[in-house]
Design a protein around this ligand. Structure first.
Ligand code: OSB
Ligand code: MG
Length: 367
């Protein structure tokens, strides 16, 4: 597959509602859409770096730099066989997983289109629709949080994740559990706590939570082992698992019982698949995390989620939870059973609304 051109679209899209986490509040989502051409076909990818280095050290600014200066020369004009061939070519670039993953996604889209296979088929997915949940940002008051969750439950989401941070984590989680005694509920701290907070978080263990996501430092695995040892509730790692190797460390150290898979954080869909397989061999369930993706990244997340060991519902909500106007013609809708259909057309199975893309574009770079 000879890569003939690459275009980077740095975009900013208004979110339907602000999204607040322990690291900040976003009212728009920035990301980089990657367009790769080969042999009359176009592959699309999404680099999930955002404006702020709050979740990950990468930003749209650093990603643009790495994509233009370092990844493009290793790909442009080259004959790339598959995702692992791409990974080999970029292995000399340390880190910058979000940037690498965006390009890998576009290559998968191309490969699927060339072979007439959906990503689900290429990944060995087994589901035509996948169970999904909703990730609810931090709200101003506990009442507002209960109201927001109520709206999502009424919309049909059967699994809810709330974002927590020091101060009101326990009270808010208790309030949601009281209002929804039976809902599948989980919490995500995005690294906001330390081991010193552990005892104050113990009441979370009585709330029948599916999991506690990333309570401690984003680069930690060992302290999560100590945390997990104190809690019956499964710890789930997000930020800490940046490679299949880190997944192995976490498994061997008993630092978690569940892993959140985000292809971006891991450096590509190929790496996400490796973590899926490793977890499966160790009887550890995984689920698909989200980065407020556009229709492009959402299609990719749905394909990944169709794989057998994606046992828990993902943070892959319907398009209308995020954007009034998305950049794909296809919009993803929530089915009555809290599922979303997995795309089944070749590649990602979505088509790009070029007018929408242009309207959101801050900068466009062709290499
Ligand atoms: O930690 O899972 C996270 C969004 C941006 C950065 C980090 C996270 C999130 C989410 C949103 O929780 C999930 C979604 O896309 O709906
Ligand atoms: Mg998370």
């Amino acid at each position: 597959m000879k890569i003939e051109s690459i275009t980077f679209h740095h975009i900013s899209m208004p979110l339907i509602a602000p999204f607040e986490t322990s690291f900040g509040r976003e009212t728009v989502r920035e990301c980089i859409i990657i367009e790769v051409r080969s042999d009359g076909l176009t592959g699309w990818g999404e680099c999930v770096a955002s404006y702020n280095p709050g979740y990950n050290y990468e930003t749209t600014g650093t990603a643009m730099h790495i994509l233009k200066e370092f990844i493009s020369p290793l790909v442009l004009g080259k004959d790339i066989q598959n995702a692992l061939d791409f990974q080999k070519r970029v292995e000399g670039i340390r880190g910058h997983h979000l940037a690498k993953a965006g390009v890998e996604m576009a290559l998968w889209d191309l490969i699927g289109k060339r072979e007439g296979k959906s990503l689900k088929q290429l990944f060995g997915g087994i589901r035509d629709k996948v169970e999904v949940g909703v990730s609810v940002g931090i709200q101003e008051t506990p009442q507002k949080l209960v109201e927001t969750v109520t709206d999502f439950v009424n919309t049909g989401y059967a699994r809810v994740k709330i974002k927590i941070k020091p101060g009101k984590a326990v009270a808010e989680s208790q309030a949601i559990r009281k209002a929804f005694p039976d809902i599948r509920l989980q919490v995500d701290a995005n690294s906001a706590f330390t081991l010193d907070d552990m005892d104050s978080l113990l009441p979370l263990d009585d709330l029948n939570l599916l999991l506690i996501e990333q309570p401690l430092f984003e680069d930690d695995i060992w302290d999560h082992h100590k945390f997990q040892a104190k809690f019956k509730t499964p710890v789930c790692l997000d930020e800490s698992i940046v490679s299949p190797r880190h997944a192995r460390y976490a498994i061997e150290m008993k630092a978690c019982k569940i892993v959140n898979i985000k292809a971006g954080r891991l450096g590509g869909l190929s790496q996400g698949i490796m973590v899926h397989d490793l977890a499966q061999q160790n009887n550890m369930p995984v689920w698909c995390g989200g980065m407020l993706e556009t229709g492009i990244g959402r299609a990719s997340n749905l394909a990944l989620s169709s794989m057998p060991n994606f046992i828990l519902p993902g943070d892959v909500s319907a398009s209308d939870r995020y954007y009034k106007r998305d950049i794909t013609h296809e919009r993803f809708v929530l089915n009555a059973d809290s599922t979303i259909d997995v795309p089944n057309k070749p590649g990602l199975g979505v088509t790009v609304d070029e007018d929408a893309l242009t309207s959101y574009t801050l900068a466009k770079v062709v290499v």
